[in-house]
Design a protein around this ligand. Structure first.
Ligand code: HEM
Length: 142
C-alpha cells in the first residue's frame, strides 16, 4: 500500500503541474478551451481522487497512525516528523484535493474559455501549493 501510494504520487504531482501550467498558458494566451484541456484537467482530478483513496487506506495501516494512537495527539504534535506524517500531510492533501474538486466543478459552470482556464489555474494551482508544502520529501526521495 505504501509503495502504491509512493509511486502514484509521481503521477499526481506530474499531472497537477501539467494541468496548472496548461491552464495558466491557456488563460494568458486567451486560448480556446479544447477537448485536450478538459482531458488533462479530468485525468488530474481522477488521479488525485485515486490517491485520496489509497492514502486513506494506507493511513489506518501506517506506522505513523499506530504511533499517533500510542503516544496521543498532544505528544505527536511536539514531534515534527510524526506530526508531518500523521497529521499535517493527510490533512493538507485532503484540503488540496478539495481545492482540485472545486476547480473542476467551477470550470464546468463557466461558459467562457477564459473562465474555464481561470477556475482550473486558480484552484488546481492552490492544490499544487498545498501538495508541495506537505509532501514528506525526505521520506519519499530517500
Ligand atoms: C495529492 C495527494 C497525495 C500525495 C501527492 C501524497 C504523497 C505522498 C508521498 C510522496 C508520501 C511518501 C511516500 C514514501 O515515503 O515513499 C506519502 C506518505 C504518506 N501519505 Fe500521502 N499523499 C497524498 C494524499 C494522502 C492522503 C489523503 C492521506 C491520508 C488521508 C495520505 C497518507 C499518507 C501516509 C499515512 C503516508 C506515510 C506515512 C508513513 O511513512 O508512515 N496521503 N504521501
Amino acid at each position: 500500500m505504501k509503495m502504491i501510494h509512493s509511486y502514484w504520487a509521481y503521477l499526481v504531482l506530474a499531472m497537477l503541474i501539467i494541468a496548472t501550467v496548461n491552464a495558466i498558458i491557456g488563460l494568458t494566451q486567451k486560448k480556446e478551451f479544447k477537448d485536450k484541456d478538459l482531458r488533462i484537467s479530468l485525468f488530474t482530478l481522477i488521479s488525485a481522487h485515486i490517491q485520496l483513496l489509497i492514502g486513506l487506506g494506507w493511513y489506518f495501516m501506517s506506522p505513523s497512525y499506530k504511533a499517533l494512537k500510542e503516544v496521543g495527539m498532544a505528544e505527536a504534535m511536539g514531534n515534527s516528523d510524526l506530526r508531518l506524517l500523521s497529521v499535517e500531510h493527510p490533512l493538507m492533501m485532503i484540503i488540496a484535493i478539495v481545492f482540485i474538486t472545486i476547480g473542476w466543478s467551477k470550470h464546468k459552470k463557466q461558459t467562457s474559455d477564459i473562465g474555464k482556464f481561470k477556475a482550473i489555474a486558480v484552484f488546481y494551482g492552490l492544490g499544487l501549493l498545498f501538495v508541495l508544502s506537505r509532501i514528506p520529501w525526505s521520506h519519499w526521495l530517500s
